[in-house]
Design a protein. Structure first.
Length: 165
């Protein structure tokens, strides 16, 4: 049997244009409220339900068969992407207008297999330390019973974006 998946996404240039001159927190709040579109990677992976406050972010993830590897579980790279999205978003929520970031390290630990039967999972991340250039954040992926599926620590570097960004 052949399965099929269709998804849509918004023009990433529209997101970039909407973000100009805004703080990271303002951009993420606008996304959470549906005033500006989310990045295409979120549509691809299937994250939704963004909740944001300065330095803290949560997103929902519904594991599905199209995330599976050959062993019949969600591919670890999909989990890593969900975790990376929420970690980056937590850091993004602390940025001033004109700042960006890049990930320097991501240390991820898997605690149990994820399948479609796992149900809706929630990824949360929080900034632990923030200097002028280097930020450390921690994340976890849990189910409705707060069972831990993965956790991670990431180090990110704050960047000055080119003028107009």
């Amino acid at each position: 049997m052949k399965n099929e998946r269709t998804y849509t996404w918004h023009d990433p240039a529209a997101l970039a244009a909407a973000a100009v001159g805004q703080s990271g927190l303002d951009v993420l709040r606008a996304m959470a409220e549906g005033r500006i579109p989310p990045p295409p990677v979120g549509s691809l992976i299937g994250v939704n339900g963004l909740q944001v406050e300065k330095g803290k972010v949560a997103i929902g993830f519904d594991p599905a068969e199209f995330h599976y590897n050959t062993m019949g579980t969600v591919h670890g790279g999909v989990i890593a992407t969900v975790i990376d999205i929420v970690l980056g978003s937590a850091v993004h929520s602390t940025l001033k207008a004109g700042q960006g970031f890049t990930t320097l390290t991501l240390e991820l630990k898997y605690h149990r297999a994820v399948t479609a039967k796992s149900g809706r999972l929630t990824a949360t991340a929080e900034v632990v330390t923030r200097g002028r250039e280097i930020v450390t954040a921690e994340a976890k992926l849990v189910d409705k019973n707060n069972r831990l599926f993965a956790n991670a620590t990431s180090t990110l570097m704050i960047l000055r974006l080119p003028s107009g960004s």
